[in-house]
Design a protein around this ligand. Structure first.
Ligand code: GLU
Length: 429
């Protein structure tokens, strides 16, 4: 029996695969593997706190709009809650709850002393002015003022947010506290205690995990054909780094569509093109247009879904031709599709490992801030690399010892550590 959270949540849309159902099913699989007792599974299935606040703002035309702002705190067994704040039209409380749970396993897997959380507001940030976004972010922060803090819950950037929003959050929190509190968020601008290397961190972590997986197959980036869905903070950075390491990035797509070049795209030129074209790659010269759906089924060595959830699913899984799929996004391969791929011998590098570089460097930023010491980029990257490679090795060993998929191995490690801490701490009262 898969335990479901007891909380009142909106009904899942029947057209969509519910991310929370998937997250609970993964938890259940890991719990069975670990032979956890039902009490522990029930505790871990439920977020500790689900917060929805009303975020009223004045639009530039003078009208008032009220938005719903969510923050779900899944677990603080291992340390303060940690996780991004997302601005995306598809945000729901279910999705945020699922992503908060994934953060708990991700931090535990990486061996960093955090629990898991996630926040979000269902808006398309492109439809709001900078001033409106600032008012949204500040009001959201002030409504959550008692629920966040450097030892309580530490937000970070996620889809649709960046260092800019973190600066507004840090400033709002600091005004309430009466003094500067840089440790309340990570992914901040460098000027207020951000870390060198944070911007590229998720993409760099993805690159490291793919590099390790290729090495296990006796290969390197040299000449390896890679297709990437997404050219934002994660896909863009991973593309630049893997291209620089000698990989042939044959296709890249964004929401508007993609481009393909059999001999490999010139990634720095494509980045410069996207920067002046509203972040779209469509129309890039010397490349063929390709749809998002076509990109996923291209013949290539490595496929990197670095955009949205549920991109590889029952409808297209049989057409997937890549040998390695690196989940740079959260949940881009559905549970059923994962099983089909594993049965076919395709290596699926799971999200909680592949995209953990961001939260790892968030942790390094927090550590630097708490110790009032700032490291150079080389030191940050070295520390991150070590944590990523260690976690990768542990997942491979766990998978071989238990004869389970890499995803289940990552989950058993993450869930197992939280369950152990829970039973060592005991249940209050
Ligand atoms: N939003 C990123 C994630 O999902 C980073 C979270 C963080 O740095 O706290 O992993």
């Amino acid at each position: 029996m898969v335990f479901r959270p007891l909380l009142p949540l909106e009904a899942p849309s029947p057209a969509h695969i519910c991310p929370l159902d998937q997250a609970c099913s993964y938890l259940d699989q890991a719990a069975r593997e670990l032979k956890l007792n039902a009490g522990i599974i029930q505790i871990l299935s439920n977020p500790t706190k689900v917060i929805t606040v009303s975020v009223p703002i004045k639009r530039d035309n003078g009208e008032v709009q009220v938005l719903a702002g969510h923050r779900v705190q899944h677990s603080d067994i291992l340390g303060p809650y940690k996780g991004g704040v997302r601005h995306h039209p598809a945000v729901t409380l279910r999705e945020v709850s699922a992503l908060a749970m994934l953060m708990t396993w991700k931090c535990a897997l990486m061996g960093i002393p955090y629990g898991g959380a996630k926040g979000g507001i269902a808006i398309n940030p492109k439809l709001y002015s900078v001033g409106e976004l600032e008012r949204i972010t500040r009001r959201y922060t002030s409504e959550l003022i008692k629920d966040i803090g450097p030892c309580v819950d530490i937000p970070a950037p996620d889809m649709g947010t960046s260092a800019r929003e973190m600066a507004w959050m840090m400033d709002t929190y600091s005004i309430y506290e009466g003094h500067a509190v840089p440790g309340v968020v990570t992914g901040k601008p460098l000027s207020i205690g951000g870390s060198l290397g944070r911007e590229m961190a998720t993409g760099m972590g993805t690159m490291i995990i793919i590099r390790e997986a290729l090495a296990d197959w006796g290969k390197s980036f040299n000449g390896t054909r890679i297709a990437i869905q997404g050219f934002g903070n994660v896909g863009g950075a991973a593309a630049l780094l893997m291209h620089a390491a000698g990989a042939k990035i044959v296709a890249i797509s964004t929401g508007a569509g993609g481009v393909f070049a059999d001999n490999g795209l010139d990634i720095p030129a494509l980045k410069a093109y996207a920067d002046i074209n509203g972040r779209s790659v469509v129309g890039f010269p010397e490349a063929k247009p390709i749809s998002n759906a076509e990109l996923l089924t291209l013949p290539c060595d490595v496929l990197v879904p670095a955009a949205l959830e549920n991109q590889i699913n029952e409808d297209n899984v049989h057409q997937i031709q890549a040998n390695i799929i690196a989940e740079a996004a959260n949940g881009p391969v559905t549970l059923n599709a994962s099983e089909v791929l594993e049965a076919r011998g395709v290596t699926v590098l799971p999200d909680i490992l592949t995209n953990a570089g961001g939260v790892v460097v968030s942790y390094l930023e927090w550590v630097q801030g708490l110790s009032y010491l700032f490291w150079d980029e080389e030191r940050v990257n070295q520390e991150m690399e070590q944590l990523m490679v260690n976690a990768y090795r542990q997942v491979i060993n766990e998978s071989q010892e238990r004869r389970i998929s890499l995803r289940l191995a990552a989950y058993t490690l993450g869930v197992g550590r939280v369950a152990q801490a829970l039973s060592d701490r005991g249940l209050y009262p």
